[in-house]
Design a protein. Sequence first.
Length: 377
Amino acid sequence: MSELPPTLFDLPSARSSGRFEPARLTQARVRKGMSKSELAAAVEVSSAAIGQYEADVNAPRPEVVERLARVLKVQPDFFNVGRPMARIDTLNAHFRSLRSTRVSDRQRALATTTLVWELTFALERYIKLPDADLPKLPAGTSPADAAQALRAHWNLPDGPVKHLVATAESHGVVVVVRPLSEVERVDAFSAIIVERPIVVTTPRRTDNVFRHRFSIAHEIGHLLLHADSDEQSAAIEREADEFAAAFLTPAAAMDAVLPQRLDLAALDRAGRTWGVSPHSLVRRMVERNRVTESSARRAYQRLATSYDPDADPTSSYPGEVPTLLRKAAELAGAHGTNVPALAELLRLPTSQVRDLLGETDTRPVLRLLDGGLTATG
């Protein structure tokens, strides 16, 4: 790992100093989805005071720090200097659904990503994770050439890419699924933080395995083609889509696989083999000059009435569920560093760390009803 850039990290002193880190407050507030005025009301200070804390004009008193921690669901010393952190305002990321994604939504998503990176960094103190293994491509590389280069770099066979997420994780790409309540209006996005590529997706993408695989490939395309660019545009998104199509369904292979005429049943069978939707194969048929645009539009209309996106064979794709961080935490625990110890390193509640790891709380829930207590689950 290279030396940590000073624009991203602040490591001036040990935890015992107790010195307040303004960027930590911004990180926690943005991740919680609170405005400065909302946070100010919750902790009983002025909005100007919150602004001054985050601008490093004034530091909050200890009792205010306690209230900030309680409202933002972190430990009080979460706000102390002395731990590596990625600052939200220095990160470049590429987001899907640009038209419907507000700046505040993107900032909140990035705040979550910084914590995912911090968890990864903490795990790497104890567990050797796979090194990030993405090829360096010349500027101006086309999406199709980039897809071919990645297949060669990862030594993938010419056929379908089995278990795309597991393959990406084995090459050092951290993949996480975050709830819509946390990354509202964001379908998927990606960023590289200190050489560690991170892809974040949501249930809007993972509820269909074909859409999920395409989204992951789309984000990998951004990591390869646009890692040094902060441009957000429809053209950039089209390039990432072209990469995903070329990576999952290479043109040469598709020439042998696609039917000579539109046959939705044949496309459905081919799609299940290649792990892509019949819609994407119709698009490939247009690109390979097998059908016209007007024929494709009619096929899309037929698919709209006959294709059930919830009936995809998700159970046939176990390698599409992210497991890298969870397995790393299990290995760390087996060697003496359990989840509570990781939570202490991150100054977060243990429940938040388990959530970031993708663990599900299986405990039954005790609820208070008008007639008394009842257990569910």
